[in-house]
Design a protein around this ligand. Sequence first.
Ligand code: HEM
Length: 498
Amino acid sequence: MSLFAVLLEPTSLLAVSVLVLSLLWWRSTRRPPGLPPGPGPALPLLGHLHLLDKDPRPKFREWRRQYGDVFSLYMGGQLVVVLNGYHVIKEALVKNADVFSDRPYSFLNDRIDENKGLVGTSGTHWKEQRKVSLEILREMGLGKNVLAEKVQEEVTYYIKALNSFEGRPADVEEMTHKSVSNNIGSIVFGKRFEYDDPTFTHNLKCMDENIKIIGANAVINFFPWLEYLPGDLFKLKLALANVALVENQLSHPQIKAHVDTYSDGDAKDFIHAYIREIRKREESGQPTTIDEENLVKVIGDLFNAGTETTATAIRWALVFFLHNPDVQDKCYDEIQRVVGTERAPSMRDKPELTYLEATIMEVLRRANVVPFALQHGLSRDVTFHGYTIPKDAVVLPFQETALSDPEMWEEPTAFRPERFIGADGKLLKPDPFIPFGIGRRVCLGEPLARMELFLYLATMIQHFRFLPPEDGQLPSLEGILALTHSPKPFMVRAIPRE
Ligand code: HEM
């Protein structure tokens, strides 16, 4: 048989096709000259995914030691550039903010949020959504007393719920989540839900499930064709159904009720003020992204970004309290001295409660709730640290490297609130303390989150001593990494203070 005939054999054709495709893939995932260094050749299809565990942080730490503060890898065919250490992250996100403040294209974001809203958008669309959202939140008293009163009210329900366990061990994950979510509900809809409200419970379950689905199935971003496999292996269909359910049961009816009863005036809640902005723009006839479709997605953004993060930080605080009873007692002594037991702690007490504030900062530093911030994208090709990074790269600010860099923090793994208190007894704010990110994409809800953490933890410590279950079983300090870094499930006893 001639060589030509052999090549036409079906098995030979298949082998040649696989070879050609592999070569094409290899070429496309080969590290072009000028890119930041990183692990050796990428595999066809996989890139460097085969080298990573579910939790990529240990490998990233190793690669930072090997390749330096800016390294790159391929996830599937996607080039990913990892930024390490406070100085490099700041140089990218602050000094080069014009280039580094976009979000990259993401298949999941495209399908779930249809590239609308705030968190996943870029350019002028994102700028307009962020500006309007921030203005509304400020008008409503973000970080100020109006909002603080709403949060304080929610905290009283939370304390009641803790009391109902009567000192028995409990897993407080779900109720913490519901309570914190109620703060976003108060802001967005102007109302809270009872913790046992079935619709609210189901909606939260769907949002929670989606955060887990997106965290666990991010791989589909790199292989979008997996969507066409039969069944729902990557739970994309489930995630889309969850989004539709929450929007249909919660967001759309709330928007409709607000539109039906709308009257001009100061912001009653976020939806009211956003509708006011829609109308203003309709009257002016200017092109705008401020419309009802975007409002629906911004509502989802506020719930998703503002619930899991803060609730997780409260649970980490409990974990560290159980491991460090002396810290808990010191916070209690300070609250006793400044606030006493007759009234609830308020934002006015904050300047006096330095040790508590330092403890909250240490929780945020040590827990590292969002270790990779959110993915950043580039507005154009850029030369950074002597490397050429193409526009379509995904940029990961590895925030953990700023929050626990041994050169910046003494004994970074130790839980030590004192590191945030100066010799003069005043609170210190070290530059590398960036749990809320840095630059133009810095967390929009930082003042709200800090207010919530202060009011919840001050009131919780005022009322209870937190202890492990009777067998002394302490929670793990190793967290679970999905979109956030959260504690493993644990039990805690809230013993009322005499
Ligand atoms: C302890 C609690 C929280 C932590 C640790 C946290 C942390 C972060 C981080 C690291 C980012 C990404 C920054 C970046 O892209 O570089 C972010 C973004 C964001 N956060 Fe938070 N956050 C918290 C609470 C909240 C709350 C309560 C809200 C609700 C209003 C919120 C709303 C947002 C929004 C809307 C964004 C996206 C900003 C944008 O893309 O422009 N966060 N947050």
